[in-house]
Design a protein around this ligand. Structure first.
Ligand code: HAM
Length: 427
C-alpha cells in the first residue's frame, strides 16, 4: 500500500516550530489592534470567477496556479490563492462599504493555496497574515501600513529585510505605460524569452519582473515607469515618500517593481530579503483603488499587504532569535492509586491560582520512569507526590535543569516557593 503522506508542498507545522508561529501572530495582532484593525475570518473556498475578475485572467496565479474544481452542484470553485479578493467580496456582500465615505481596517490570517513548484520558502499551501484598509484615498494610510510592517520586524528583532517601493499610478497612466512598453519590447521581440513573448500582448508589465539574466540588459533599457506617471500619481507617491522619511523608515525606489496581481494602482511595495534563496519577498502589497467597484461595490479606494508566515518564521530561525518558551514549569510525578484525586486537584490548583504550566503524569509507571518523562518534557521542576509526603502535607521538589538539591516543601507554601524561582505569578 502506498504510504499516506502529506501532499507535496503542503507542510505539517510540528510542535517544535509552533512557538515561533505564535510569536509572529502575537506580535502582528498586537500591532494591528493598536491601530484599530479588526479581524475578519473568510472562507478558504470562493467562486473561481472572483479570482479571475480580481487577480486577473492573465496572471500566473490564475492561469497556472489555482486549485480549481467543480463541486457537486456543478459550480467552479477554487481554493483561495490569496486573501484580498475574498476580503473585498465579504466587504461588499455584507454591506460594510455601503455607506458613502465608509472606512474599514481589517486583517486576516490563514492558509492560501498555489500550485507552484515547491522549493525553500515556496509552498503549495502557505500562510499569510493579510491587512486591508478601505475608504481612504491618500498616502497617509499607505504609510500607516508600511510603518506597521516596519514596526513588526523591529518587534520580532528581524533586521534582514529591506523595503522597496514604487508607484504604478492611476489606471490611465498604467495603460499609457503599457503601450510604451509594448512598443519597446515589440522592437526586440526576437530577444525575448518564451515567457516574455507570451506576456508581451497579455501582461507586458510582468516582463519587467523576469528573473532571466539573459534579459537583464533589454529590461534595463525599457522605458521607465516613473516617467509615465501623471501629476496626481506623482503627488501621491511623493506624499508617501515624505511620510516614510518622516517616520524614519528606509526604502529603495525600485521603478521595476510591478507585482504579479493585476489589481494594483499607485503604491506598490515589497519587503525583500537575501536570506531565503530565490524567494526574496517576505511581505508585499499596495493600493488597489479600482477593485471594490470592479467586484460590484461602490467606488472605494483601498490598500493592503500580506506577509508570508513561513518566510518570516524562516527568517526568525535564520537570525537565531529564540522563540518564547512555552515549556512546562512543573511535571507532577505521583504514585499510589489513592492519590489520583489529590494529584488531579494539586495540578489544577497550581494552574488556576498561580498561572503555572503543570503537566500531570498520566499512564502510571514507576517513579523512575515518570522522572525520565519529566526530564524529557522540558519542565524546570518535578513535583514528586508519594503517599507519605501527602499524609505529611509536603511535596518533594526536584530541579531538573539546575544542579540543586531536591527539597521538601509544605504544600501550603508550594506556589510561593515556585514564585520565588520566577515561575507562575513570579514570571
Ligand atoms: P503576494 O505577493 O502574492 O500578494 O503574496 C504575499 C506574500 O505571500 C509574499 O510576499 C510571500 O511572502 C508570500 N507568498 C506568496 N506565495 C507564496 C508561496 N507559494 N509560498 C510561501 N509564501 C508565499 C498577495 O497575496 C496580495 N493579496 C497582498 C495584498 C493584500 N495586496 C493588497 N492587499
Amino acid at each position: 500500500m502506498t504510504a499516506l503522506t502529506a501532499v507535496r508542498g503542503m507542510n505539517d507545522i510540528l510542535p517544535d516550530l509552533t512557538p515561533r508561529w505564535r510569536d509572529l501572530e502575537a506580535a502582528a495582532t498586537g500591532l494591528l489592534a493598536a491601530r484599530g484593525y479588526q479581524e475578519i475570518r473568510l472562507p478558504l473556498v470562493e467562486r473561481t470567477a472572483l479570482f479571475q475578475r480580481s487577480i486577473g485572467e492573465v496572471t500566473d496565479i490564475v492561469e497556472k496556479e489555482m486549485y480549481t474544481f467543480t463541486d457537486r452542484s456543478g459550480d467552479s470553485l477554487s481554493l483561495r490563492p490569496e486573501g484580498t479578493a475574498g476580503c473585498v467580496r465579504a466587504m461588499i456582500e455584507n454591506g460594510l462599504l455601503a455607506q458613502e465615505g465608509a472606512t474599514q481596517r481589517v486583517w486576516y490570517a490563514g492558509p492560501m493555496f498555489r500550485h507552484e513548484r515547491p522549493q525553500k520558502g515556496r509552498y503549495r499551501q502557505f500562510h499569510q497574515i493579510g491587512v486591508e484598509a478601505f475608504g481612504m484615498p491618500g498616502p497617509d494610510v499607505d504609510a500607516e501600513q508600511i510603518v506597521l510592517s516596519a514596526r513588526l520586524w523591529e518587534t520580532l528583532g528581524l533586521s534582514t529585510v529591506s523595503l522597496q517601493i514604487n508607484s504604478l499610478g492611476t489606471p490611465q497612466s498604467r495603460t499609457a505605460y503599457r503601450e510604451r512598453l509594448v512598443a519597446y519590447f515589440s522592437q526586440h521581440e526576437r530577444s525575448l524569452d518564451e515567457d516574455s513573448q507570451r506576456r508581451l500582448h497579455t501582461n507586458p508589465l510582468r516582463i519587467l519582473d523576469s528573473k532571466n539574466a539573459a534579459m537583464a540588459n533589454l529590461i534595463a533599457g525599457a522605458p521607465s515607469l516613473p516617467d509615465s506617471l501623471d501629476a496626481a500619481s506623482r503627488a501621491h507617491f511623493e506624499g508617501l515618500c515624505g511620510l516614510l522619511d518622516a517616520a524614519g523608515v528606509a526604502y529603495t525606489h525600485n521603478p521595476r517593481l510591478v507585482r504579479g496581481l493585476d489589481y494594483y494602482t499607485h503604491t506598490v511595495f515589497e519587503w525583500i530579503t537575501d536570506r531565503l534563496g530565490a524567494q526574496d519577498a517576505v511581505c508585499s502589497g499596495g493600493r488597489y483603488d479600482g477593485l471594490v467597484a470592479r467586484l460590484g461595490g461602490r467606488e472605494t479606494p483601498a490598500v493592503g499587504f500580506a506577509l508570508g508566515m513561513e518566510r518570516v518564521v524562516a527568517l526568525l530561525e535564520d537570525a537565531g532569535i529564540a522563540p518564547t518558551s512555552l515549556a512546562p514549569d512543573c511535571y507532577l510525578v505521583w504514585a499510589g492509586a489513592g492519590l489520583a484525586p489529590s494529584a488531579l486537584q494539586l495540578a489544577e490548583q497550581l494552574r488556576n491560582s498561580s498561572g503555572l504550566r503543570v503537566i500531570q503524569h498520566c499512564g502510571g509507571g514507576s517513579f523512575k520512569a515518570q522522572l525520565r518523562r519529566a526530564d524529557r518534557s522540558g519542565a524546570r521542576f518535578a513535583l514528586i507526590l508519594g503517599e507519605q509526603e501527602w499524609a505529611a502535607g509536603n511535596v518533594q521538589v526536584k530541579p531538573l535543569r539546575e544542579e540543586q538539591a531536591q527539597s521538601s516543601v509544605p504544600l501550603s507554601d508550594l506556589a510561593q516557593w515556585l514564585a520565588q524561582q520566577g515561575l507562575g505569578a513570579g514570571r
